[in-house]
Ligand binder design. Structure first.
Ligand code: BGC
Length: 493
């Protein structure tokens, strides 16, 4: 075989393997719906945990008061202060994204991790919002984006860590209590009014902001996930001590665990999984999430070097470092529209230490193609989950006329990979068809899951206030900072 034929055949292997056809998408969607339904059953065996969240009342926009939020569960820790007012134009919002969570905090004992998390909010609030001490008991919405078995809206046990966290002492523990204890160690008594997954917080944020009838929320960031509002009568699982106030409850699917024979796993996916911290787990997340897209790409490029002679057949040492290539690089490469693909040359030099004058335009084109294929597969697989949840809700146009659907979205991939939303939409369109897809919009909320977590805390707090079991935080409105009214950003499909 000539070099050119060999080059074609290795790239072709990934072209074919990464492209998911409309027929495959429909089969995966069907498999996903089966797993959803099995996961709701009391004794059903499902790769989806389908966790009831105990959130049966979502904010409706009438919540008022001052709230903090901590958003913990990925690359960054975010903290937020908001003052919700009846007049939405008066809503104040201050958010700060702290630096990336240092690596050592992903491995230490959970108490140290929680001390760090609490410490970040305390330090930040001293400069924004006048300090936690000015409240008798600050009310906090805790967005904790890991699989949690909720026992109440403000309590739940961590089932297992994901996204590279390995902190000892946390599994089986009430994460909200661990956080409250950390504040106590720092001399503060706080009221964690709600502990929610980031998907749930995102859904709540949209509901608060627009009163929109959104029923599904998706996260696409370091990790990936989806939740939706399910009828209580469909949730056969035991809900310990739960007294229904409405006929619905938000269910966290824990989409990362989804697996089915229909999923298009490639050799590189199997390798990545085998070398990961938890082989055999989080299959769907490893195919889609921000943590993994760069790594999948790096592994494919290595194959192209070895089998196709990409980069002259020589892989630089930097290219052999796992996770050196990130999803941010995939995004930058994907969006390079310059004639000579200069941005790609720069990234290959910076990240893989390939001198820019030694990478041929042809090589850069192949790298761009691989990035596109990996991102496209991720987005199309996410589309199977979105449309699967719409099918479960009877809102995908298959059993009744198509209707308007708003899907709340959040996460770093939506924020920093501009074309990802369009790729997801293409997948939705290939599954639902033009008409139903045209009625489906993806909507991001400013302040994202952090703001949403504050809204859930507000709804829970206001409810307790209404039923009388409530101790109001002291109100000192003297030190406010500013802020712009939230203007949610709609990405119409
Ligand atoms: C976690 C989910 C979370 C998602 C996005 C996953 O790894 O298991 O609970 O919602 O990441 O942050």
């Amino acid at each position: 075989m000539s070099t050119d034929e060999a080059r074609q055949s290795a790239l072709e292997h990934y072209r074919q393997g990464l492209q998911v056809t409309p027929e495959q998408l429909a089969q995966i969607r069907d498999a996903f719906v089966r797993e959803v339904q099995a996961g709701l059953r009391r004794d059903g065996h499902s790769s989806l945990l389908m966790l009831p969240t105990m959130v049966d009342i979502l904010p409706d926009g009438h919540e008022t008061g001052e709230f903090y939020a901590i958003n913990f569960g990925g690359t960054n820790l975010r903290v937020l202060f908001t003052k919700l007012a009846k007049d939405k134009k008066q809503v104040e919002l201050v958010e700060e994204c702290t630096a990336e969570i240092p690596l050592e905090y992903r491995r230490c004992h959970v108490d140290q991790l929680m001390d760090y998390v609490a410490g970040q909010l305390i330090a930040w609030a001293d400069h924004h919002g006048g300090g936690l001490h000015r409240h008798e008991r600050p009310v906090i919405g805790f967005c904790f984006s890991f699989p949690v078995e909720q026992t109440a809206i403000d309590a739940g046990k961590l089932i297992h860590w994901t996204k590279g966290f390995e902190n000892e002492g946390a599994i089986g523990q009430n994460a909200a209590q661990l956080l409250a204890d950390a504040f106590k160690r720092q001399g503060l008594s706080v009221h964690i009014a709600a502990m929610v997954n980031d998907t749930v917080a995102t859904l709540a944020g949209i509901r608060y902001g627009d009163g929109i009838d959104a029923n599904v929320a998706v996260i696409m960031g370091t990790g990936t996930n989806a939740c939706y509002l399910e009828q209580l009568s469909h949730i056969e699982k035991w809900l310990p001590g739960f007294r229904p106030r409405t006929s619905d409850m938000v269910v966290n699917t824990e989409l990362p665990g989804f697996t089915a024979p229909e999923l298009p796993l490639l050799d590189v996916d199997e390798e990545l999984d085998a070398e990961s911290n938890h082989p055999g787990q989080q299959t769907f997340e490893k195919l889609t999430a921000g943590l993994y897209m760069g790594e999948i790409t790096r592994r494919i490029l290595l194959r192209l070097v070895a089998e196709d002679g990409l980069f002259g057949g020589q892989a630089p040492d930097a290219m052999k470092v796992a996770y050196a290539f990130t999803t941010m690089h995939v995004s930058l490469i994907y969006h390079d529209e310059s004639a000579e693909l200069d941005e790609i040359g720069r990234i290959l030099q910076e990240v893989l230490q390939l001198p820019a004058d030694q990478t041929r335009t042809e090589d850069r084109k192949q790298v761009q193609e691989v990035c596109g294929l990996v991102a496209q597969r991720s987005a199309r697989l996410m589309a199977t989950a979105v449309t699967g949840l719409l099918r479960q809700l009877g809102r995908d146009g298959s059993s009744r006329p198509a209707q308007r659907n708003v899907v709340a979205v959040d996460g770093g991939v939506f924020a920093h990979f501009p074309a990802y939303t369009a790729l997801l939409h293409e997948g939705i369109r290939d599954i639902l068809g033009e008409e139903a897809a045209g009625l489906c919009s993806l909507k991001a909320v400013e302040g994202g899951a952090s703001f949403g977590a504050a809204c859930v805390a507000a709804a829970a707090n206001n409810y307790m206030k209404a039923v009388g079991n409530y101790k109001p935080p002291s109100r000192n409105t003297s030190s406010h900072h500013v802020l712009s009214p939230r203007r949610p950003n709609t990405l119409e499909l």
